[in-house]
Design a protein around this ligand. Structure first.
Ligand code: NOJ
Length: 550
C-alpha cells in the first residue's frame, strides 16, 4: 500500500512509473501553434503538433495555463479554474487534445495556480463587495497599521508592496504577485475544499497530473509578521530588485503547508488506480532541506518538487558537480530527483550559455539521474528574442525597470518551418510576440534535415535515454580525478553501464577513462573517437556518453 502511494502506481511489468523514467516537455500555449489566425497559440494548435513531440521522444506534455483569464499575467491570473479561455479554444478542444495525446502514449500535465486567483474571479468579486460577505475570508484582508501604514512590510515578487488598499471596504488585500492576482487564504477550509474540487474536476476529465504554481507560497505566517531585512546576496537564481532586500521568512512556506500537499496527494492517489497522477511543484527554495521537505516525510506529498538549482549554478565543471552531488545527498531515501534548465520565466539556455554549450547542457540534462523537463524550443536551441519596447508584454519587466526581468524574450513563437510566420500562424498575421529573425533557418523543418542540428542531437539523446535502463533509472556516481574542466559520472543499472563526460572548457581536454569503453553512444560533436583504449579527447564544450562493460 505504502509503496504504491510513493510511486503513484508502477509502470508496466514492474518498470518505473512514467514520471520517473520519462521526460516532460513544457508548452507555453500562446506560443506553440496558432490554429485560428489570431496571432496567439491555442489548444487545437497544440493538438496539430503532437507528431513533433512523438518524433522528439518525450513522454509528457505540460501545458501552461489555458483557463479563462484577463491575461494580466498571461494566464497565471485565473478567473475560472474549470474552463478554457476562448483565446485558447473550448473544453471540447481540450478533451480532443487530451484524447489525441493519450492516443499517442503522451501524458498530459496541466498547470494549477492555487496561490492566487485573478481579481476578476467571482470569489474575489464577492470577497471585495463587503466585509460581511460570506467569501470575504477567501482572501487575506487586513487593516492598515495605526497611522495609515501597510499591514506589514511584505513585498510583491513583481515589484512594490504586496498589499493594495481597496477603498470600497477600507482594507488592504494581499497579493504576492500583481495587484490583479490576490492571494487566496488557504487557512480557510472552504477555500481548500473549493480548490481541491478544481483538481478533482480535471482528474475526472483524465489529466495525468498538475504542475503546481509557486507551490511554496500557499501558507504564510498566521500572524503576518514583518520579514527581516536581508544583507546577503539574492537568495534566488537571479537578482530580483527590492524583493531581495528581505529574508522571505514569513510571507511563504509556513510549515502548515505540508498538510495541504498531503491532502492533495491523497486525492491524486485516489484517482491514480491504474493511471498514476502526478504532482510537480514549482518551488523557488534553494535551501535543500526546505526544498526536499516537499517530497513529504513519508514521500506522501509532491512527486517532483522542481529542482531549479542548476539555474543558480555558474556553468563550470566543479560548480555543476557540486550542485548535482549536493542534490543527490539531500534527497530523502527513495525520493526521485528532477532537473530543469529552462522554462517560461527564464532566459533561454542558448542565450545564457551560448549555442555550443547549450548542446552539452542538453546532454547533461538528459543523462543526469532524474526526470528532466524541457522547455519548448530548447530542442532547437532557440535563443532569447530581443523585444522592442513597444512590443513588450510582460508586466514584470515594466514594474521593475532596469533589471531585465521581462520574460517576453523566452516566450516567442515556436519555429516550425521556413514560411513567413515560421508556420506558427497564418501568413500576414502578426504573432503576439515577435518571431526570431532566424526562425526559418532554425526551424523544426530545417533542423530535421540536418544530422548535426540541435534537434537531431536532442532526438538522439532522448532515444538513447529511453533505450538504456542505466540512463532512465540507473544510479549516479561521480568520477573523481578528472581534469578541472570536466564533469564526468557513471550511470549504472545492473549490467547496463554508461559514463557521461562533459567538458566546460573552451579548449580541448584529455580525459583518462577508468576502464576500457566499448564504444561512444552519443556526442554533442560530429565523429567522436577514442584516442586509445583508455583515453578520450574532448573538444571545446563537448559532451559524450560512453558505453562501459560490454
Ligand atoms: C510562477 C509562474 O511560472 C510565473 O510565470 C507566474 O508569473 C508566477 N508564478 C505567478 O503565478
Amino acid at each position: 500500500m505504502k509503496a504504491a502511494r510513493a510511486e503513484g502506481g508502477p509502470g508496466p511489468a514492474g518498470s518505473p512509473p512514467w514520471w520517473k523514467s520519462g521526460v516532460v516537455y513544457q508548452v507555453y500555449p500562446r506560443s506553440f501553434q496558432d490554429s485560428n489566425a489570431d496571432g496567439v497559440g491555442d489548444l487545437p494548435g497544440i493538438a496539430a503538433r503532437l507528431d513533433h513531440l512523438t518524433a522528439l521522444g518525450v513522454d509528457a506534455l505540460w501545458i501552461s495555463p489555458f483557463y479563462p483569464s484577463p491575461m494580466k499575467d498571461f494566464g497565471y491570473d485565473v478567473a475560472d479554474y474549470t474552463g478554457v479561455d476562448p483565446i485558447f479554444g473550448t473544453m471540447e478542444d481540450f478533451d480532443r487534445l487530451l484524447a489525441a495525446a493519450h492516443g499517442r502514449g503522451l501524458k498530459v500535465i496541466i498547470d494549477w495556480v492555487p496561490n492566487h486567483t485573478s481579481d476578476q474571479h467571482p470569489w474575489f468579486q464577492a470577497s471585495r463587495r463587503s466585509r460581511a460577505d460570506p467569501q470575504r475570508d477567501y482572501y487575506l484582508w487586513r487593516d492598515g497599521r495605526p497611522g495609515g501604514g501597510l499591514p506589514n512590510n511584505w513585498l510583491s515578487t513583481f515589484g512594490g508592496p504586496a498589499w493594495t488598499f481597496d477603498p470600497r471596504t477600507g482594507q488592504y488585500y494581499l497579493h504576492s504577485f500583481l495587484p490583479e492576482q490576490p492571494d487566496l487564504n488557504w487557512r480557510n477550509p472552504e477555500v481548500r475544499a473549493a480548490m481541491l474540487e478544481t483538481l478533482d474536476f480535471w482528474l475526472r476529465r483524465g489529466v495525468d497530473g498538475f504542475r503546481i504554481d509557486v507551490a511554496h507560497h500557499l501558507m504564510k505566517d498566521p500572524d503576518l509578521r514583518d520579514n527581516p531585512p536581508s544583507t546577503a546576496r539574492s537568495e534566488f537564481h537571479k537578482p530580483m530588485g527590492e524583493f531581495d532586500s528581505q529574508v522571505h521568512l514569513y510571507d511563504r512556506n509556513h510549515p502548515d503547508i505540508h498538510r495541504i500537499y498531503r491532502e492533495i496527494r491523497l486525492l491524486l492517489d485516489a484517482h491514480g488506480k491504474g493511471q498514476p497522477r502526478v504532482s510537480i511543484g514549482e518551488i523557488h527554495l534553494f535551501d535543500l532541506p526546505e526544498l526536499v521537505a516537499f517530497y513529504g516525510a513519508d514521500q506522501d506529498e509532491i512527486h517532483l518538487p522542481f529542482n531549479f538549482t542548476l539555474l543558480r549554478t555558474p556553468w563550470a565543471a566543479a560548480a555543476v558537480r557540486r550542485t548535482v552531488d549536493a542534490m543527490e545527498a539531500a534527497l530523502p531515501a527513495g525520493a526521485w530527483p528532477n532537473w530543469v534548465l529552462g522554462n517560461h520565466d527564464e532566459s533561454r539556455v542558448a542565450s545564457r550559455l551560448g549555442a555550443v554549450a547549450a548542446r552539452s547542457a542538453m546532454l547533461l540534462l538528459l543523462t543526469l539521474r532524474g526526470t528532466p523537463t524541457l522547455y519548448y524550443g530548447d530542442e532547437l536551441g532557440m535563443a532569447d528574442v530581443p523585444i522592442p519596447p513597444e512590443r513588450a508584454r510582460d508586466p514584470w519587466g515594466r514594474r521593475v525597470p532596469g533589471l531585465s526581468l521581462g520574460r517576453d524574450p523566452e516566450r516567442t513563437p515556436m519555429h516550425w518551418d521556413g514560411s513567413e510566420s515560421a508556420g506558427f500562424t497564418a501568413p500576414g498575421v502578426e504573432p503576439w510576440l515577435p518571431l526570431a529573425a532566424d526562425a526559418g533557418r532554425q526551424s523544426v523543418e530545417a533542423q530535421a534535415r540536418d544530422p548535426g542540428s540541435m534537434l537531431a542531437l536532442t532526438r538522439a539523446l532522448l532515444s538513447l535515454r529511453r533505450s538504456r535502463a542505466a540512463l532512465h533509472q540507473g544510479s549516479y556516481r561521480p568520477l573523481d580525478g578528472t581534469p578541472g574542466d570536466v564533469f564526468a559520472f557513471l550511470r549504472e543499472e545492473g549490467e547496463d553501464r554508461v559514463l557521461v563526460a562533459v567538458s566546460f572548457a573552451a579548449h580541448p581536454v584529455r580525459l583518462s577513462l577508468p576502464e576500457r569503453p566499448s564504444g561512444i553512444l552519443a556526442s554533442t560533436h560530429p565523429h567522436p573517437a577514442l584516442e586509445g583504449p583508455h583515453r578520450l579527447s574532448l573538444r571545446p564544450h563537448e559532451g559524450v556518453v560512453i558505453e562501459l562493460g560490454q
